[in-house]
Design a protein around this ligand. Sequence first.
Ligand SMILES: Cc1cc2nc3c(=O)[nH]c(=O)nc-3n(C[C@H](O)[C@H](O)[C@H](O)COP(=O)(O)OP(=O)(O)OC[C@H]3O[C@@H](n4cnc5c(N)ncnc54)[C@H](O)[C@@H]3O)c2cc1C
Length: 448
Amino acid sequence: MTQAGKNVFVASRLPKRAGVSGWVATLAPRTPRPVLNGLVVADLAIIGGGFAGLSAARRISRLDPSVRVAILEAGVVGEGPAGANSGFIIDLPHEVASDDFSGESEARFRQSVLIQRSAIALASEMAAENGWGKEVFDPCGRYSVAISAEGDRHLEDYAQQLTKMGEAHRLLNGREIAAVTGSPVYTSGLFMPGTIIVQPAAYIRAVADCLKEPVALYERTPALSFERLGTGWLVKTPQGSVQAAKIIMANNGHAESFGFFRGRLLHVFTYASLTEEFDPSRLDGERKWAATPALPMGTTVRRIGTAGGDRILVRSRYSYNPGIEISDAAIRRAGRLHDGKFSKRFPMLSGVGMQYRWAGAMALTRNHVPAFGEIERGVFAACGCNGLGASNATASGIAAAELALGHSSELGRIYARLAVPTALPPQPFTTIGAKMHLAYREWSAGPE
Ligand SMILES: Cc1cc2nc3c(=O)[nH]c(=O)nc-3n(C[C@H](O)[C@H](O)[C@H](O)COP(=O)(O)OP(=O)(O)OC[C@H]3O[C@@H](n4cnc5c(N)ncnc54)[C@H](O)[C@@H]3O)c2cc1C
């Protein structure tokens, strides 16, 4: 992972937008923070203004408010994956670890919960401090919903594991989940109260906008390269540079664009569509709910009720794109799939069209560990956050901030014990394997 001896790291590519996120399009415009012009001297530079980068900045400012931080975000805050996701900040792992839930898998479960709840604690602290409303940050919990006998079984198994772990939950039968969703197709549901549901673009903007001096955020300011300068680093951007003792790389899969974790990150995109507004009387059930699928590769659905009308979000489909970019045609193809999922679940909304479609990049690792740690002297990575990226990337950002500042915590000790991401097979085997694996898992999710 490290490139010992190298003094200059140059970005071979920068993030590209993939469609127009409905979350951003339906918010009031926000004036981005300025582009970096000229030289700025800071204690720490953070590359990337998503969950990991902004959470790292927040944690640093709590640990030591005198630390000067310069955050460089290539695009506009909210327009990247952190603002384009489905908005679930989840506290519990998605998958049942094993049938018998042995001591080892129980320890893994508890560790995962501790990581995710550390993220939720940080987010909740900011929400309380800044008085964010429920339209931004809603601790309302989530449903996991089934649409098949296999999905029902999965939810029942998972509920049993949650009982063993002492985690609160409630199983709902078909009638009960229909009373929530208004959809006749769901056969059962599992409610888990610990998830935070956010309007992701509003949330990540709010996190950015509550950061105070001496934390400075520069938008539309990609880091193009960084090089050693004395005992620290000089990060170059199109119109300026940051001289800093330390760097936190919080640019997820684009860590690889600087040469780090090469051949160890799987660049996977997922896709979303958001309907136009519809008259709430057309759909029974509650006006606001959020549901992940019973099987992990299935379809996430949310209903968002606002004064102007309601909308449905559909998130489904994964694709492997090692170049970290996708075409408009890929978004259109996923959109056709979304239309089918939507009409199956909500036949009563026939004629309601999708107004926005988009996609976003995630970075996964083969052994499901983050790409984390000190990767060069004074350069720390908080990348490759796998599934549950909202909570995992937030936690990685916190842990990277603590590591950079030499602060010790339980979270930091967990991160210190994590394995490094394992190497992927050489090409073309990774591409073939990843595509087959995704196709198989999507097929296994069946109608879910
Ligand atoms: C449609 C969709 C739905 C999803 N739903 C969920 C969900 O409900 N819950 C969940 O937990 N996860 C979800 N995810 C995954 C989640 O959004 C990601 O895992 C998460 O955003 C990762 O956070 P991050 O901060 O590590 O990276 P990102 O959010 O990708 O942030 C990295 C930032 O780095 C910037 N950057 C890259 N290169 C540079 C550079 N050279 N210089 C400066 N800046 C740079 C990028 O512009 C970007 O803003 C979803 C993803 C998508 C696409």
